[in-house]
Design a protein. Structure first.
Length: 390
């Protein structure tokens, strides 16, 4: 607890003789709010309210939507919904390629004023030439490329980590090389083009080392990992869809390497990759379920309980990872946004209490500390617990 107590005095507030904690609004640069196109999974309204419930006042929404935001007309469909329904700040990504098909660039010039960055998340850009062209264009318009790194030819039908659990239970594995090999390529392209480059949801030790080395060499690169990669690994797997995500939970060695990457600054941000699906889509076990879990409502309590309370990182470091670092990298202002937390509150994670339409989480049933009582965005209350009195 020493690491925690020594770094939080600036966050403490007192209300009716009770000590609470007031944090700047968190920022998640990797969420899927599913609208337009897949509103049976999540909507802008439910996603933004779920974010506020988790203390987040700014998120960046991924472009695997319908229509894909590969033109201003398509992006405007999403922007109009955001304007009408969101209770927090939403900063959408535009697609790197038309339809996220990897064959031709999207209308990046027209999209640039309205998109936080460009990504084909959910898919890796397979062509070296296409990624080079994308980086050159992004550099010319002052935008960042944000990459889901995955070499398709190395997947070979896998759906969990290609490790001990897969071998023991007869599952097809996804090798770590499918992730780090494309990161390796993109680092060289970023070095060549001078394009600002951000790597999504890294999960393995090789990715950490590649990014650490690239930073030391002056490449304009940043990266994120997610709470589940820091707190869980393949030893926690169960034969349920709520343990299936992409990239998958990897080995203990990978998890520990990610923690070291967080501690030494190699990993800039923790993002949730909040990816809701319907109950039916997540009910088909590890093999048959859709990839993706929800996480924006549980991220802070999990990270506080699993990293800060255990003295692995300080609270100050956690706030950097989920607020200041992502906002700085993506040019998203903090403003006067904040959330108020009772860090003494202990409870069991129950998906039935989520505001998100998605309920699949590998952390179901885990005991955590930290309950959000109120979240304010642009001077307006975005979330308030029914029993909280100021």
């Amino acid at each position: 607890m020493a690491a925690f107590d020594s770094n939080v005095s600036e966050y403490i507030i007192n209300i009716d003789n009770h000590k609470y904690f007031k944090f700047p609004g968190f920022c998640d640069v990797h969420v899927h709010f599913r609208e337009p196109g897949f509103s049976y999974k999540e909507t802008i309204e439910t996603g933004s309210k779920a974010a506020a419930h988790g203390g987040y006042t700014a998120v960046c929404t991924m472009p695997n939507l319908s229509p894909v935001p590969d033109s201003y007309e398509h992006l405007k469909t999403q922007l109009d919904i955001i304007d009408k329904k969101s209770v927090i700040g939403i900063y959408p990504y535009a697609a790197i390629t038309v339809g996220e098909l990897g064959k031709e660039l999207s209308d990046m010039d027209a999209l640039a004023p309205f998109a936080v960055a460009f990504s084909d998340d959910g898919k890796g850009v397979q062509s070296d030439d296409m990624m080079r062209e994308a980086m050159l264009k992004a550099k010319s318009i002052g935008k960042m490329i944000v990459a889901h790194c995955e070499v398709n030819e190395l997947l070979k039908g896998g759906y969990i980590h290609d490790g001990a659990y897969a071998g023991e239970h007869g599952h097809a594995g996804i090798c770590s090389e499918s992730e780090w090999k494309q990161i390796e390529r993109d680092i060289e392209l970023s070095r060549e083009t001078g394009c600002a480059y951000h790597v999504c949801h890294i999960s393995c030790k090789e990715s950490v080392e590649l990014i650490r080395k690239a930073k030391a060499e002056g490449v304009d690169i940043s990266c994120e990992t997610a709470p589940h990669y820091l707190l869980l690994d393949e030893n926690d797997l169960q034969e349920e869809g709520r343990f299936k995500m992409n990239p998958p939970l990897r080995s203990t060695e990978d998890r520990l390497a990610l923690i070291e990457g967080v501690k030494d600054g190699t990993i800039d941000c923790i993002a949730t990759d909040h990816a809701p699906h319907s109950a039916e889509e997540k009910s088909k076990g590890l093999k048959g379920s859709a990839m993706g879990i929800v996480g924006i409502e549980t991220a802070f309590p999990l990270l506080y309980t699993g990293l800060v309370k255990k003295g692995i990182i300080s609270m100050e470091k956690l706030i950097e990872l989920i607020c200041y670092n992502p906002r700085k990298r993506f040019s998203i202002p903090v403003g006067e946004d904040y959330s108020i937390w009772d860090l003494d509150a202990e409870y069991t994670i129950d998906p039935a209490e989520f505001i998100s339409m998605g309920k699949a989480t590998p952390f179901e049933g885990m005991t955590v500390c930290g309950r959000c009582l109120k979240t304010v965005h642009n001077g307006k209350t975005a979330y308030k617990a029914d029993d909280f009195r100021e």
